[in-house]
Design a protein around this ligand. Structure first.
Ligand code: NAD
Length: 476
């Protein structure tokens, strides 16, 4: 029989302690093999109470630490993340199904880059500023609840917990049900770095029970949530009642706009790579490719050719570029969007909703490109969270801007033009938090977050640190 680990503990108040709740356990599956990897406790109100109480006890002394004290501990945590790169990669391949090359570069590499970035930011941050006859102090905003999704599981943990700790705030983390193992690995690294008890706490559990209890807890001052817009609204309502500060990183339906004069082939190839990375489970993915109507068929043909290079396969094989989706529910959801679009008259360019031949086990879906999609179809408006690209034609620049801004979301986007100035001028018209011009690289120091229903607040860099600070003005 296949062996799996059965964990019964939570990381609370500086130690691994048996869960205080008897709500059962969460089963963690490998989405490629569908085999059970582990079970973790389904924590509830008792675990959340214990974790928040530990964080509150630690809050005063953690807030009183010097910048240098925090830098020493965070540098050790960063070194721990660096030393654990292979273990992080293997864990994310197993519980998320991310292809091993992508997992090493992004799921392990990006958290290391973000943790490193906060060492420099903490070293230089002005926690005191003179404004006229005031000295303005930036003080920790209190106990932080970090609620994270499964799609970039360690990145999202690090992007919340590291700046919270750097700001002087203790944190309680409730990770996603599908990916608790990398969260447990992170807790181990925090422990090994030697942070004082209670400064970081981990409670695994379901969103409806542990997540809701944490978001509503009167001992929490700041809720930092990444996940779906539906749950984000609930979290914001709950936080509003308690007058807690809230930061929300939510869904997206980002547009990649290729203006006439741009390198169309490159823009389309980069778009296909962008939308199929992580099996399309990326909040900032460019899921809508907007091209001028005169270039439409050329763009569709280029996308078809690029998409053919993405053949679903075993994520532990270094040759694999696209693995499975995270779970059976996502598979049903993604297939439903493809079927719905075809029923509404979209043209299937590549892919489709059928099972992937040769892969009877695992939550695999065909990477899919759809053409002749009307802008008001569900597949062009809603977040699919799978490897599905829709190609839309525009008449002129005004129409392109109207289409790009024509969803409830505004998280990311791309603009391609003959030159950067033209691309930048168009990007100013987009209601979205990030725009990459002519394939501009991801910058872990730039603020990341959404306009409209894509969220509130910003993560990463200095802006991400400021989410966990509050200001006191002294006049003299
Ligand atoms: P989700 O909203 O279902 O879950 C996210 C987290 O919230 C999980 O830890 C879950 O357990 C918890 N949760 C669920 N219900 C809760 C409740 N009632 N109260 C408190 N917590 C609750 O989202 P998901 O399916 O895990 O993640 C996919 C979504 O996340 C997508 O919509 C994606 O776009 C979004 N996302 C956004 C970003 C971003 O930075 N903007 C990044 C990654 C993912």
């Amino acid at each position: 029989m296949h062996q799996h680990a059965e964990y019964g503990d939570q990381y609370i108040d500086g130690a691994w302690r048996p869960s205080r709740d008897d709500a059962g356990s969460i089963t963690v599956l490998n989405p490629a093999t569908e085999r059970v990897l582990a079970t973790v406790p389904a924590g509830g109100a008792a675990d959340v109470d214990a974790a928040v109480a530990a964080a509150r006890r630690a809050a005063g002394s953690w807030a009183a630490t010097t910048r240098e004290d925090r830098l020493t501990l965070l540098a050790r945590l960063r070194d721990g993340i660096a030393a654990a790169q292979e273990e992080i990669t293997a864990t994310v391949v197993a519980e998320l199904g991310a292809p091993v090359g992508f997992a090493a570069a992004v799921h392990a590499g990006l958290p290391l880059a973000v943790a490193t970035s906060y060492l420099a930011l903490l070293a230089e941050h002005p926690f005191e500023e003179r404004i006229g006859n005031s000295v303005v102090l930036a003080e920790p905003a209190g106990v932080v609840a970090a609620i994270t999704p499964w799609n970039y599981p360690l990145h999202q943990i690090v992007a919340k917990v590291v700046p919270a700790l750097a700001a002087g705030c203790p944190a309680v983390l409730k990770p996603a049900e599908d990916t608790p193992l990398v969260a447990r690995l992170f807790a181990r690294l925090v422990h090994e770095a030697g942070f004082p008890a209670g400064v970081f706490n981990l409670v695994t559990g379901t969103g409806a029970v542990a997540g809701a209890a944490l978001a509503a807890h009167p001992g929490v001052d700041v809720v930092s949530f990444t996940g779906s817009t539906t749950v984000g609204r609930q979290v914001a309502e709950t936080a509003g009642r308690g007058l807690k500060r809230v930061a929300l990183e939510l869904g997206g339906k980002s547009a990649n706009v290729v203006l006439p004069g741009a390198d169309l082939a490159r823009a389309v190839n980069v778009n296909v790579a962008n939308v199929f990375a992580n099996s399309g489970q990326t909040c900032s993915a460019w899921t809508r490719l907007l091209v001028h109507q005169d270039q439409y068929e050329e763009a569709v043909a280029t996308a078809a050719k690029a998409a053919a290079k993405y053949v679903p396969g075993d994520p532990s094989d270094p040759q694999t570029r696209i693995g499975p989706l995270v779970n059976a529910k996502q598979l049903t959801r993604v297939r439903g969007y493809i079927e719905g679009a075809l029923a509404e008259g979209a043209r299937l360019v590549v892919g489709g909703a059928e099972p992937v031949p040769g892969l009877p086990t695992g939550f695999y879906v065909h990477p899919t490109v759809l053409a002749d999609v009307a802008p008001d179809m569900a597949v062009a408006q809603e977040e699919v969270f799978g490897p599905v690209l829709v190609v839309l034609p525009y008449r002129d620049e005004d129409h392109a801007a109207e289409l790009a801004n024509g969803t409830e979301y505004g998280l990311a986007g791309g603009v391609w033009a003959a030159d950067t100035d033209t691309a930048a001028a168009f990007a100013r018209r987009l209601d979205t938090g990030q725009v990459d011009l002519n394939g501009g690289r991801f910058n872990p120091l730039a603020p990341f977050g959404g306009y409209k229903s894509s969220g509130l607040g910003r993560e990463l860099g200095r802006h991400g640190l400021e989410e966990f600070l509050q200001y006191k003005s002294l006049q003299y």
